[in-house]
Design a protein around this ligand. Structure first.
Ligand code: F6P
Length: 484
């Protein structure tokens, strides 16, 4: 450390080298049942958006060492990644079990996650959660200060790291600090439920630039600052906050995907083989029309309502039975929290109920899978699906809503999208729904299946154009002011 970054190290308006800081690491090393170490790439929008950026630019990514073999393969916590073709450094931060309990399963996912998804009935703010959240944010700040060169911009990601920018600022008053909040920001009336609102805002505002997916989230953040931090001067029109002698720029900057990469994977995918592998063990014919949902088993995702909507549709339109199968690709998540374990059981029960009620000898209404699909197979599944259903109660952005149209390389496909997902603010061409309106979701699925060919094509064209516009390269450029 200690080298100065000169102006010449700016490429296309974006610093050539970055320090990215997130809870989740892009690559983890896990010990398999056979004792062999395997590398896993994290699924999730944040890691898939930032990994290509870091591959292109280089630098250091600081993240929690969540894999059980992570530290064994690292040198002083550092590994070169991607392991197959090293392009940047991953600095792993080991956390004690107590820290993970309090910071990750506790404060991040039982206070901030429900708060920001405006589901305050699920908030549980044990004092130890806040203590651990503060302690872990301090640990991240110390690790960052160790690896960041002078002048190298530091980019914090997401709700796990609201306090770390202030801690780094205390150590490095001249550092360039960025933050991006990947989940929704709640309305001030909801944010007031948080017992530590002022400290969280103070932490984030130590950054020079703070990004949110939508203008609505950015505007709510500014209103919360105005409401809770009396010392702050908020210029809503310009998106600027003056606080503690410095200035923070607050911007709406929608995250997108690497659309070229998704398209390329979908083009080469063998959709017949993908259909066979996903529907193979089911009672449905592998050539049947498909509706598709892809998500983590998170209570914000609206999966039970969606399955109920399918039941409503098959009830109202018996002629649509046997016409299509719904594939639910689900990933287990955050199972240290009882609400997530319960949610998985609720989803499994809902699937079983619908299959028992409507299933026949040669048609399975819902196929549920928790299989770990690689990126190629997932792109093939998107391409094979006639309709994608993305109906979260709330979602910061939702990148499945981007990946699906990008993968529809045959020019055919329809998207049913919750109007409470951040994606709905940026994507044209979807059939939008209220995620709690079961009858409305059923109507939208019916419509999506029966759109005439010209409207389907036209809607998909708009979807694909929106997704191209939002490509993740533009997201990085906007964050660093190289594009507006
Ligand atoms: O922003 C939400 C997010 O952190 C995404 O990056 C990702 O999709 C998901 O949550 C992953 O959650 P976790 O890191 O808790 O598995």
């Amino acid at each position: 450390m200690g080298e100065d970054l000169s102006e010449s190290e700016i490429v296309d308006g974006v610093p050539a080298s970055l320090v990215v800081v997130s809870n989740r690491e892009p690559y983890s090393h896990e010990r398999g049942a056979d004792g062999e170490t395997q590398v896993q790439f994290a699924t999730g929008g944040l890691t898939s958006a930032l990994d290509p950026v870091m591959r292109e630019r280089g630098g250091t990514w600081v993240a929690w060492a969540s894999g059980d073999a992570d530290m064994a393969v690292a040198d002083d916590g550092i590994v070169e990644v991607p392991p197959s073709d090293p392009a940047y450094q991953l600095k792993r931060l080991p956390l004690s079990e107590e820290a993970v309990e309090g910071y990750y399963y506790g404060y991040a996912n039982q206070v901030l996650w429900p708060l920001c998804h405006e589901d305050t009935g699920r908030m549980w703010a044990e004092p130890s959660f806040w203590e651990q959240y503060r302690a872990v944010n301090d640990q991240f700040a110390a690790a960052v200060s160790e690896v960041a060169d002078d002048g190298e911009p530091i980019w914090f990601q997401d709700y796990h790291l609201a306090l770390a920018p202030r801690r780094v600022r205390d150590r490095r008053p001249d550092a360039t600090l960025h933050h991006f909040w990947h989940i929704p920001w709640p309305a001030p009336s909801v944010f007031r439920h948080c017992p530590h609102g002022a400290a969280l805002l103070d932490g984030v505002l130590a950054s020079d630039v703070v990004g949110f997916h939508t203008p609505a989230y950015a505007e709510r953040f500014l209103r919360c600052v105005d409401d809770i931090l009396p010392g702050a001067v908020v210029e809503t029109g310009d998106g600027v906050v003056r606080y503690e002698g410095s200035e923070t720029r607050v911007l709406a900057n929608p995250l997108g995907i690497d659309a070229d990469a998704v398209r390329a994977r979908a083009r080469t995918a063998d959709t017949t083989a993908v259909r066979r592998s996903v529907l193979g063990d089911s009672r449905s014919d592998p050539t049947i029309r498909l509706a598709l949902g892809v998500e983590r088993l998170d209570y914000s995702k609206g999966i039970p309502e969606r399955i109920e909507a399918l039941a409503h549709l098959w009830d109202r339109r018996p002629d649509l039975r046997s016409e299509f199968t719904y594939v639910q690709k689900a990933s287990r998540t955050r199972e240290g929290i009882a609400a997530y374990r319960r949610y998985r059981r609720d989803v499994l029960d809902a699937v079983e109920r619908v299959n028992d009620r409507f299933g026949t000898a040669d048609w399975q209404p819902v196929v549920y899978t928790e299989a770990n699909l690689d990126a190629e197979t997932l792109a093939g599944l998107y391409r094979a699906a006639d309709v994608a259903l993305v109906t979260p109660h709330r979602d910061g952005m939702n990148l499945v809503a981007h990946e699906y149209p990008a993968a529809c390389v045959d020019g055919d496909g329809a998207l049913v999208l919750s109007d409470l997902a951040g994606a709905a603010a940026h994507i044209d061409g979807a059939l939008t729904v209220n995620p709690h309106d079961i009858a409305g979701i059923a109507d939208a699925i019916e419509r999506a299946l029966e759109l005439d060919a010209a409207e389907r094509r036209e809607r998909l064209r708009s979807l694909r154009e929106s997704v191209e516009r939002l490509d993740s390269r533009h997201w990085v450029a906007r964050q660093f002011g190289a594009e507006t």
